[in-house]
Write a protein that binds this ligand. Structure first.
Ligand SMILES: C[S@@+](CC[C@H](N)C(=O)[O-])C[C@H]1O[C@@H](n2cnc3c(N)ncnc32)[C@H](O)[C@@H]1O
Length: 219
């Protein structure tokens, strides 16, 4: 599905979020660099925007995804950087050795994993002990008026944009319904804890339409 929307993915993201997606990714980046990481992985990197935040600051980063055409776009956007590498990998079964990375980021990726628990265990495996996972993911606002607006927006506007600009209403129907159904807030915190992460914190952004979760692999 992501291969089929890869060419229009960035444009539609900007339109759907009124360009707020850039700001959200920058916040992920700022949280991720707090502990001065040297070896960084951006999982489900897609067209590479989170990975590019690190590369632009001269940090070494690898972006992985299982959609080759998303990675093609990521590579085109990053030709001038030598410190960024994109690799075709399944997040649920990566080829990296244990305890390799100083930080892992995932932007709008975990809700697309086939087996979320397995994906989180795998991320924990490749992280060094004591290091952080930072996840940017959709959420549903808790205040009822915002929630009402959110549902109107995701049920009508997003599929319409997908139909007009990506010629793929089905993909954008999926993206909005998965956003609606995906566990967020305290529920997702419990999922992270079940996978063995600790010190989970949640940052609620943009009236509650997205959250950033930070969690640590135990020492
Ligand atoms: C909504 S896009 C997010 C892309 C990017 N991280 C961003 O912030 O825009 C989700 C990405 O997750 C990737 N993905 C889904 N499941 C995956 C898996 N098991 N392994 C690797 N990538 C996966 C998809 O191919 C897609 O590129």
């Amino acid at each position: 599905m992501f291969n089929s929307i890869s060419l229009k993915y960035d444009l539609i993201n900007q339109m759907m979020t009124f360009n707020m997606d850039k700001k959200w990714r920058q916040i992920v980046f700022k949280i991720a660099i707090k502990d001065d990481p040297k070896n960084i992985i951006d999982i489900a990197t897609g067209t590479g925007d989170i990975a590019l935040c690190f590369a632009q600051e001269n940090l070494q980063v690898v972006g992985i995804d299982n959609a080759s055409q998303m990675l093609d776009i990521a590579r085109q956007k990053s030709v001038k950087f030598e410190n960024i590498q994109f690799q075709m990998e399944d997040a649920e079964e990566m080829s990296f050795e244990d305890n390799l990375f100083d930080v892992a980021t995932v932007g709008f990726g975990v809700r697309n994993f086939e087996n979320l628990h397995q994906g989180l265990l795998e991320i924990k495996r490749v992280l060094k002990p004591g290091k952080k996972l930072v996840i940017l993911e959709t959420a549903v606002p808790s205040f009822f008026l915002f929630r009402l607006g959110y549902f109107i927006y995701t049920k009508l506007f997003i599929p319409l944009i997908g139909k007009i600009f990506a010629n793929n209403q089905k993909a954008y129907n999926y993206l909005s319904s998965s956003a609606e159904q995906f566990p967020h807030g305290r529920k997702f915190q419990l999922i992270l804890e079940e996978a063995g992460f600790e010190n989970v914190s949640i940052k609620i952004l943009s009236l509650g339409i997205v959250n950033i979760y930070s969690a640590t692999k135990p020492q």
